[in-house]
Design a protein around this ligand. Structure first.
Ligand code: NAI
Ligand code: MG
Length: 363
């Protein structure tokens, strides 16, 4: 029962960092003697250049059929002036939509050796390890009515609507509760029930799950504005945070900067579980295609490698392998090997490939 992985390296530094992911995946395959069946596909600008669309129906179907999808990054100045429907980002949005990936997992993890790079005081972030679960397919970004209309008095009005149903809240909350069980057993649910009806429903539904299926998980609730404050005041108070699409967008970017570098941040997007418990899943670094350094062999592959680690952990239940890879990344950075984005005085500057070499040595 080999596992099918679709690899979509994308544009810019995507293929560079994905090269190191493939080498590392090869190492794990050899070690376990078990099969990963990998296939490469195109997404973003490279797909537009070859096929005239940022994602073909064929590749979309392969993503749906795969056990997991690994994505590099899409976009770049070459494609900036294309019409909206052809833009590289549309390929990524279609993947998320057609795979129905409703739960976006954004860890904010600080390697000890990098704690000084944080925008906060070192002691506030040293050892930080939190996970934000953002609802990804509902809420105000998708709710209707939406649009811009002209009122009788000639004024114009822009409308978006925050909508959540019980099932949308429950399914993302379940993902978060399950994650909490595998981590510190603590979940903080974030909304603004004080001023939003959808927030009232959100809080009620999450609490119901906490009172029934997940009594063992320590559940708390927090207003989103307070959560933003707490994230920069005392981030280590959190373990898993679950929140809606809009608040999750803001809070995950805020939490990301606690860690200091975009080149270190992985993510996962998960869909519904099938009968066997398997979820559709897409793993990708948080960073983009970094056109300013693309093609120079300078990109930090760690965000993409940590995304691979999330894949091993969440799609394939290979938690030990994930731990091993994360430890290797930690050690390599602790030994002072640094790409330009995380470079510090006294450290050894390495490129993408050398960083990959060091990870393999460490493994
Ligand atoms: P970006 O994340 O590509 O780059 C921002 C800055 O961080 C740049 O200075 C870049 O050199 C640096 N950086 C990013 N990843 C790095 C890595 N792994 N190692 C070392 N340095 C790294 O964001 P930007 O510049 O706003 O967007 C560039 C392009 O990427 C645009 O076309 C944008 O639309 C696209 N993009 C794609 C995303 C995706 O595929 N998920 C996400 C964000 C942007
Ligand atoms: Mg954002």
């Amino acid at each position: 029962n080999s596992k099918k992985i679709l690899i979509l390296a994308g544009d810019g530094i995507g293929p560079e960092v994905m090269g190191e992911v493939k080498r590392t995946l090869g190492w794990f395959e050899k070690r376990r003697g078990s099969g990963f069946e990998t296939e490469d596909g195109l997404v973003g600008g490279c797909s537009f250049d070859k096929h005239g669309v940022p994602l073909t129906d064929e590749t979309m179907q392969k993503a749906i059929d795969a056990d997991a999808v690994l994505l590099g990054a899409v976009g770049g100045p070459k494609w900036d002036n294309l019409p909206f429907k052809d833009k590289p980002e549309r390929g990524l949005l279609r993947l998320r939509k057609d795979m129905e990936l409703f739960a976006n997992l954004r860890p904010a993890l600080v390697f000890d050796a990098l704690a000084e790079a944080s925008s906060l005081k070192t002691e506030l972030v040293k050892g930080l390890d939190i996970m934000i679960v953002r609802e990804l397919t509902g809420g105000v970004y998708f709710g209707s009515p939406r649009g811009i209309e002209t009122l009788p008095n000639g004024e114009r009005r822009g409308i978006n609507t925050q909508v959540y149903t019980t099932s949308e809240i429950q399914r993302v909350a379940r993902v978060a509760f399950e994650l909490a069980r595998k981590r510190g057993n603590k979940l903080c649910s974030v909304e603004k029930a004080n001023v939003m009806e959808s927030g009232v429903l959100w809080r009620e539904e999450v609490q119901k799950l906490g009172d029934t299926e997940y009594k063992d998980v320590q559940l708390s609730h927090m207003y989103a504005d307070n959560c933003a404050m707490q994230l920069v005041r005392q981030p280590k108070q959190f373990d898993v945070i679950v929140t809606d699409n809009l608040f999750g967008d803001l809070l995950s970017d805020c939490a990301a900067m606690l860690t200091g570098s975009l080149g270190m941040l992985p993510s996962a997007s998960l869909g519904a579980a099938d009968k066997g418990g398997k979820r559709k899943a897409l793993y990708e670094p948080v960073h983009g295609s970094a056109p300013d350094i693309a093609g120079q062999g300078k990109a930090n592959p760690l965000a993409c490698l940590l995304s691979l680690s999330m894949m091993l952990r969440y799609s394939f239940d290979q938690g030990e392998d994930a731990d091993l890879l994360e430890k290797a990344a930690n050690n390599v950075v602790a030994k002072g090997f640094r790409t330009g984005d995380i470079m510090a005085p006294g450290c050894t500057l390495v490129g993408t490939k050398e960083m990959g070499d060091e990870i393999l040595k460490e493994l």
